[in-house]
Write a protein that binds this ligand. Sequence first.
Ligand code: CP3
Length: 343
Amino acid sequence: MSKIFVDACFGKETPYTPVWMMRQAGRYLPEYMAVRAQAGDFLNLCHNPEMACEVSLQPVDIVGVDAAIMFSDILVIPDEMGMDLSFVKGEGPKFSDPIKNEADLEKLIGGEEAASKLTYVYETIELIKTKLADDKALIGFTGAPWTLATYMIEGQGTKTYNVCKKMMYSNPELLHKILRKVTDVVKLYMEKQIQAGIDVVQIFDSWASAIEPGKYDEFSWKYMVEIAEYLKEKYPHIPIIMFPKGIPAFLDKVYGNFDVFGVDWSTPMSFAKERLGDKYILQGNMEPCRLYSKEATTKCVEAIQETMQGKRHIFNLGHGILPDVPVENAKHFINECHRVSGK
Ligand code: CP3
């Protein structure tokens, strides 16, 4: 059976424009919170294929999105490379021993050995595929090497990125060595996700905007493109979505062999369409906080539809859904996307 989401990623005619939401499997759903409580700790949830499968399917069943995204986190990669990850309540992710020098990097597990340790992710994918309806797509994902490296170097989330930017300008060779090692793991990790059964790949570069435009290609985009090209050569039937958040100044320079460009909420859809719409399918891009108001949601969905005209487009938010959004407002967003684009 053809999947409308996959068709849309390749620019094929579809009965309506498909939609999903970044971070759709998460805390705004009481059903997620129940499974999360059962798991105890967030990482336990990621490590348990049965539970991870259950929360991956929740947004499909409850909110009506056209694709599931497998439940995991981008930071399981550095965790399995040997960095000790924990999630401290209210504070987010933490690595106890961030990379400070070459010796720290050399200690980390790389390549096939690291990718092979993420078995629980592949098992989650296999399980989801046995339960997901045939007409829905399953999205697999990774963090971009740059976004992963920010956590590996800073040891946690950051507002200023001063530790990794200090490395960028005073020891770029070391930063490139980190990005190289992560890129090599990510290529194999994504290949294994494809072999386990995902239908679509998304690469999240959530912290793209931390890099000055003239340096973005060197420190992030070229590594993302390398991953996409590696996968495209072997698996041309798997669409690839690139989501670099907050880089409008780089849009004229975007290149590479991938299918869908994820537009973040700070970039007007018309601006992205002018620059990239002929070359790539565009995904996005409602400001996630509009979900607090049904009226604001409808207005934005209609405006995006007016710009995209139901062509070469996938609806989404312009970044992740927030935990305090009412479920019925999320449902309203999905219904409105289907309503305005229905043919
Ligand atoms: O529904 C989905 O999109 C699938 C699951 C998913 C999670 N994280 C689950 C999660 C995905 C795709 C991610 C990606 C992710 N993780 C990104 C890139 C996407 C983005 O939003 O930009 C980033 C930067 C991370 C790192 C991360 N993980 C942070 C900063 C945090 C803490 C902040 C927060 O939202 O709580 C996490 C934890 C996390 N990952 C949660 C979930 C549902 C919350 C954990 C909980 O249940 O308490």
